[in-house]
Ligand binder design. Structure first.
Ligand code: 13P
Length: 250
């Protein structure tokens, strides 16, 4: 059985007080379950939130990014080792906002994944096509190359620690969610690609999350899809009631 996972990517939102309040509210309202719940706040809040999240069963902490470099004179960078030292267990790698606004390339992502894995962080590797690519009808090719150019650098024993998040760019922050049919079709395709890069057995164990305007209203239908193992949630993760409802949508 694959793990069910709901991760909340807070992006660049909240102050420390607001972050602590939100996490306390989530912890007090959430229904106990085996669903893995990951809180992914901005860097400055990680240590404080680890004190809250670290004590609660099935809650974990993640970071939104890590450096492709191990350490040294790289002003403004945050290493995977630092993230592990403040209690992170997960890290997003290759979010479309980082690819688009911070010019992250597939080569950067290979290095970031290596750093994360070297420091016991489980990467959530994000892939997804743009609206033009979707409308042009070549979205499978886009996903195939995003996977092949990065994942082929890893062995099966490394890959089993990686979670995949399919986030169609046209659905992020737009209120336009992929239909259950579009989500299932792409998740099934991603699983087939994992099988061809690694093996069918590994593909069956890989958690593939959906992200892009996933909310308390549509999560249940999306999570009911055979190959959707949970969600990577942006906007709706900033509201405790919504985030808790999504974690209970399996
Ligand atoms: P929204 O849920 O706000 O569309 O964001 C999705 C996302 O980018 C999560 O990483």
């Amino acid at each position: 059985m694959r793990k069910k996972i709901v991760a909340g990517n807070w992006k660049m939102n909240n102050t420390l007080d607001e972050a602590v309040y939100l996490v306390e509210e989530i912890i007090s309202k959430v229904k106990q379950s085996e669903v893995v719940k990951i809180i992914i706040p901005p860097f400055p809040f990680l240590e404080s939130l680890n004190r809250k999240v670290g004590e609660v069963v099935s809650f974990h902490l993640g970071a939104q990014n890590c450096s492709s470099l191990p350490h040294g004179a790289y002003t403004g960078e945050v290493s995977a080792k630092m993230l592990h030292s403040v209690g992170c267990q997960y890290v997003l790698v290759g979010h479309s906002e980082r690819r688009a606004y911070f010019n992250e390339t597939n080569e950067d992502l290979v290095l970031k994944l290596r750093e994360a894995l070297a420091h016991q962080l489980k990467p959530i590797f994000c892939i997804g096509e743009s609206l033009d690519q979707r409308e042009g009808g070549f979205y499978f090719e886009v996903i195939k190359s995003q996977m092949a150019e990065v994942l082929s650098h890893f062995s099966a024993s490394e890959f089993i620690n990686i979670i995949i998040a399919y986030e169609p760019i046209w659905a992020i922050g737009t209120g336009l969610t992929a239909t259950t049919q579009q989500a299932q079709e792409m998740h099934q395709y991603i699983r087939t690609e994992v099988a061809s890069i690694f093996s069918e057995e590994i593909a069956q164990q890989t958690s593939i999350l959906y992200g892009g305007s996933c909310n308390a209203k549509n999560a249940h239908d999306l999570f009911a899809c055979k190959d959707v193992d949970g969600g990577l949630i942006g906007g709706a993760s900033l509201n405790a009631d919504d985030f808790c409802a999504i974690t209970a949508s399996f």
